[in-house]
Design a protein around this ligand. Structure first.
Ligand SMILES: Cc1cc2nc3c(=O)[nH]c(=O)nc-3n(C[C@H](O)[C@H](O)[C@H](O)COP(=O)(O)OP(=O)(O)OC[C@H]3O[C@@H](n4cnc5c(N)ncnc54)[C@H](O)[C@@H]3O)c2cc1C
Length: 419
C-alpha cells in the first residue's frame, strides 16, 4: 500500500481543516448513508488510507484523531464492527483492486456487515489446522465444513472465511481467504447460548455453499498471510468502544444511534467480560467493606495493574501514531486485559461473597457481579488464548526458542489425526 503523506502536517492543521469541512457539509437531518458517502468522497472516512481508497494519505494518527473530532463536532464517523475493524484493513492490504473497488465502499457506508469465520471445532489456537474445504467448480468455489464461535454471524452479510484449497502442501500453505456471501442456501447459522445467558456466537454449517471465483483476498493458497493481518487488527481492537454520539436530534444521528444499538446488543456483556474494575470501589462501599485492610490491598493491587495497562495502551497508541503496524504490544495488551479481568472478578467475589452468585435486582450490583463471574473466562480465549499470547511474546519479543511444531512442514493430508 502506498501512502502519500503530506509532509509535516500537524494535528492542529488536520483539526482545523476537518472543522471547516464539517461546518460546510454536516447536516444532522440528512440520511446517514448520504453523510457517509460524503465522508468517503472527501477522504475523511479513513484519512490515513491512500487517496484512491477513500483516504487522504495522512499519517496513521489521523484516523483516531478524525474519528474523535467528528464526534466532538456533533457529527458521525464510519460504522463500528468487524467489517470496519478487520475486513477493511485486510482487504486494503491484501485484496486486489477489484475487491477493494467492490467491498471497501459498502463497509465504510455501513451497507454491508461482516463476521469472522476462522475458528472450527478442531481448529482454534491451531487455526492453520482447519479442515473446511473449498473446491473450484467452473466459476464458483464450493465450500463444505463447519465454523464455530462466530460472533454476529446471525446478522452478517459477508464472512471472512478461511478454507483449505490444497491438502498436499504443509498446513499453512494450502489455505485461501474468501469473502463468503452469508445469505445463501448452503450457509446455516445456529446461535449458541452461553453460560451468562447471552447468545452472541454461532455455529456456521457450510454445505455446498457457493463463492464467486474472484472473491479471494490475496492469492489462492496464500490466505495465511492475509489471516495474520486480520488477527493483528483483532488484537488491536479487542476493546470495543461505543461512539458517544451527540444527543441532538436529526435523521443521521438517529440512524447512527440505532446502528450502534443494534451492533452493541451482541456485545452488551463485554464490559462484564473485562471484569468491571471501574465498579470495584463502588462495590466495596456498597457492601460496607471499604475499610477492610485485606480488601483494600486487593483493590489497590487491581487498580495498579489496570493503571499500568492503560499506560501500555497509550504507548501502543503513540507507536501507531508514528506509523508502526500493530505488533507485539497487541499481545501484551490482550494478556494484561485477561489478567485484570480475572483479578477484578476475584476481588468482586471477595467483596460480594456468596451473594455474588445471585442474579436479579436484589443481588450484588443488580446482577452485574454474577455476570462478571460468568463472563470473565471468555476474555482469556477470544482473539487468541492467553497461552498463545504468551507463546507469541516469548518468540517474537523475548527471542526464546520457538515452540516445537512437529506438523508444520509435512503435507496437511499426512498429519496423523486428520486421517
Ligand atoms: C468471546 C469470544 C469471541 C470469539 N469470536 C470469534 C469470531 O468472531 N470468529 C471466530 O472465528 N472465532 C471466534 N472465537 C473463537 C476463538 O478465536 C477461539 O476460541 C480461540 O482461538 C481458542 O480456540 P479453541 O476454543 O479451539 O481452544 P483450543 O485451541 O482447543 O485451546 C484449548 C486450550 O489449550 C491451550 N493451547 C492450545 N494450543 C496451545 C499451545 N500451542 N501452547 C499452549 N497452550 C495451548 C489453549 O490456550 C487453551 O487453554 C471467539 C471466542 C470467544 C471466547
Amino acid at each position: 500500500m502506498t501512502q502519500q503523506e503530506p509532509a509535516g502536517i500537524s494535528p492542529a492543521q488536520v483539526r482545523a481543516e476537518l472543522a471547516e469541512w464539517v461546518g460546510q457539509y454536516w447536516d444532522p437531518a440528512m440520511a446517514l448513508h448520504d453523510w457517509r458517502v460524503l465522508l468517503l468522497e472527501s477522504g475523511w472516512a479513513v484519512p490515513s488510507w491512500p487517496l484512491r481508497w477513500h483516504g487522504r494519505g495522512l499519517p496513521a494518527w489521523a484516523d483516531e484523531l478524525v474519528g474523535s473530532e467528528l464526534l466532538r463536532l456533533g457529527a458521525v464517523g464510519i460504522p463500528v464492527g468487524s467489517g470496519t475493524w478487520l475486513a477493511a484493513p485486510t482487504i486494503l492490504a491484501h485484496g486486489g483492486d477489484d475487491l477493494r473497488e467492490r467491498l471497501l465502499r459498502p463497509i465504510l457506508t455501513g451497507e454491508q456487515t461482516w463476521c469472522q469465520l476462522f475458528s472450527e471445532p478442531g481448529a482454534g489456537s491451531d487455526l492453520a489446522g482447519l479442515s473446511t474445504s473449498a473446491v473450484l467448480d467452473g466459476d464458483t468455489w464450493v465450500i463444505n465444513g463447519q465454523k464455530v464461535w462466530n460472533t454476529s454471524a446471525h446478522h452478517a452479510d459477508l464472512g471472512m472465511l478461511l478454507a483449505r484449497t490444497d491438502r498436499d502442501v504443509p498446513k499453512h500453505q494450502g489455505i485461501t481467504y474468501f469473502v463468503l456471501p452469508m445469505k445463501q442456501h448452503g450457509v446455516e447459522v445456529r446461535q449458541l447460548r452461553q453460560m451468562n445467558f447471552h447468545a452472541s456466537f454461532n455455529e456456521v454449517f457450510l454445505t455446498e455453499a457457493r463463492i464467486p471465483k474472484d472473491n479471494v483476498i490475496g492469492a489462492v493458497g496464500q490466505g495465511w498471510t492475509a489471516a495474520l493481518t486480520t488477527l493483528a487488527y483483532e488484537r488491536r481492537f479487542s476493546a470495543l468502544h461505543r461512539p458517544s454520539y451527540s444527543p441532538a436530534s436529526g435523521r443521521a444521528l438517529d440512524e447512527a444511534r440505532a446502528e450502534a444499538d443494534d451492533h452493541f446488543a451482541t456485545y452488551s456483556w463485554y464490559p462484564q467480560r473485562a471484569g468491571r474494575p471501574d465498579l470495584i470501589i463502588e462495590h466495596a462501599r456498597a457492601a460496607g467493606v471499604a475499610d477492610d485492610p485485606v480488601i483494600r490491598q486487593a483493590i489497590a493491587r487491581l487498580l495498579t495493574l489496570h493503571r499500568v495497562s492503560v499506560w501500555t495502551a497509550e504507548r501502543a497508541r503513540a507507536a501507531r501514531a508514528l506509523g508502526a503496524r500493530p505488533g507485539a504490544e497487541g499481545s501484551i495488551g490482550k494478556l494484561a486485559a485477561s489478567t485484570i479481568a480475572r483479578e477484578s472478578a476475584r476481588v468482586h467475589a471477595m467483596i460480594a461473597g456468596a451473594k455474588g452468585m445471585l442474579t436479579g435486582p436484589d443481588s450484588a450490583l443488580g446482577g452485574v457481579i454474577a455476570e462478571v463471574l460468568m463472563s470473565v473466562p471468555g476474555q482469556s480465549i477470544a482473539g487468541g488464548t492467553d497461552e498463545i499470547q504468551k507463546n507469541i511474546l516469548a518468540e517474537k519479543v523475548l527471542g526464546l526458542p520457538g515452540e516445537v511444531r512437529v506438523d508444520k512442514d509435512i503435507p496437511y493430508s499426512q498429519i496423523k489425526h486428520r486421517g
